[in-house]
Design a protein around this ligand. Sequence first.
Ligand code: MRU
Length: 337
Amino acid sequence: MAIPHPIDWTADGAVRILDQTLLPDAERYLDLDTVDAVAEAIRTLRVRGAPLIGIAAAMGLTLAVRGGSASLDAVCAASRLLGATRPTAVNLHWALARMERRASLAVAAGDNLAQALRQEADAIWDEDRAMCARIGAAGAALIGGDALILTHCNAGALATGGMGTALAPVYTLHQAGRRVAVVADETRPLLQGSRLTAWELTRAGVPVTVITDNMAASRLRRGDITCVIVGADRIAANGDVANKIGTYGLALAARAHGVPFYVAAPTSTVDSATPDGGHIPIEERAAAEVAGWRGHPAAPPEATVWNPAFDVTPGELVTAIITDRGVFAPRDVAGPA
Ligand code: MRU
């Protein structure tokens, strides 16, 4: 099964990324050798998906000390720059906080800062790969067999350091020889569903049907969808879930048609410091993303545009959250307060 690898190190310690803005037209890799270049790649969605943003930021932070001479102050300044790229995915801030902690400990102990940060970035990546595999196993056990799964955006290998979150149960069932297929929402405005989810599933040999977002409710009414599985950018302490804009509407439609609505996410996406979805910062992106597509106008220039990149689905609409620690009711996912 061919699962893409959206990030890697180069031999000399730069960060190699698959430029996801070019998919599915071109599979092009970029070598990033400055913190600024990594920040630009995150901001412009060349690398995207909550867990992968965290991994990319951790790897990017190592570039601040690549020459070997940089100080803790330089690490903190680079961390602030990377942390300001996208507000919603908590994995970004989680990974950077972890890197800063490791840097402080290394400096206090007189250890090699560059080596310590490289080890920590590798650990974050390795742990994410393992968490994806555990989410896959837990989700596959929950679904239990052949399935037609509806998903939104891309929460697959392209969004993580491993086999994905929402797509991990799909890959796990497929590998186990089950008949599993996916219906992928196109995911306006940036088409992560049709460009990315459909791309990685077809490469892996998993059948996929692409629909536009406004077809999802009709498809759920048809009665052939086993369950909906989506990823998450942040899960608040009460189980409210921020994910790609359109997730909330999909959850409402799934509830109306009695279809289970699952969220799949690693522990690094659970933010127990945020009490509920109302406190999750929602990124608003440029009007041009809605008003046009790759230079072609889709709205008159006089029209006003609203472009929130994420929405919040109340925990009550979520059947269960599939994590690397098992399957939880939304209100229980953050553990005791
Ligand atoms: O704007 P994006 O493409 O970074 O949004 C990605 C999503 O909303 C994903 O569903 C989420 O990050 C989970 S990825 C495992």
